[in-house]
Design a protein. Structure first.
Length: 103
């Protein structure tokens, strides 16, 4: 039938542990190689979005580049292009921020 059910004594314990242990190890490795770094990256990006200031140059997830001219709770207004068009975005759409350097 099933070989795991046919073993007795200490062999049965090792059979169950031997079956479950590789899956547990794979889950632990996945956590440290995939989930943990992604959470760290998400936290850094959230901190970056919360630290936005007027005058910062930003790039959105759609590739639009502009300068922040207004900030609200969850939206930002970017000035983009040579005609200085103003476009409103959600904060979560910001992908990269280049801080304004004042000399």
């Amino acid at each position: 039938m099933f070989p795991i059910f046919l073993t007795t004594g200490s062999d049965a314990t090792f059979g169950i542990i031997g079956t479950i242990l590789p899956f547990a190890l794979v889950l632990v490795v996945m956590y440290f190689l995939m989930i943990r770094p992604q959470k760290k990256k998400d936290k850094q990006l959230q901190d970056l979005r919360n630290a936005l200031e007027i005058g910062d140059n930003v790039t959105t997830i759609g590739g639009i580049v502009g300068r922040v001219v207004a900030l609200k709770d969850d939206t930002i207004v970017l000035e983009t292009g040579t005609e200085r068009n103003k476009v409103r975005f959600k904060r979560w759409a910001v992908q990269d921020v280049e801080k304004l350097v004042v000399e």
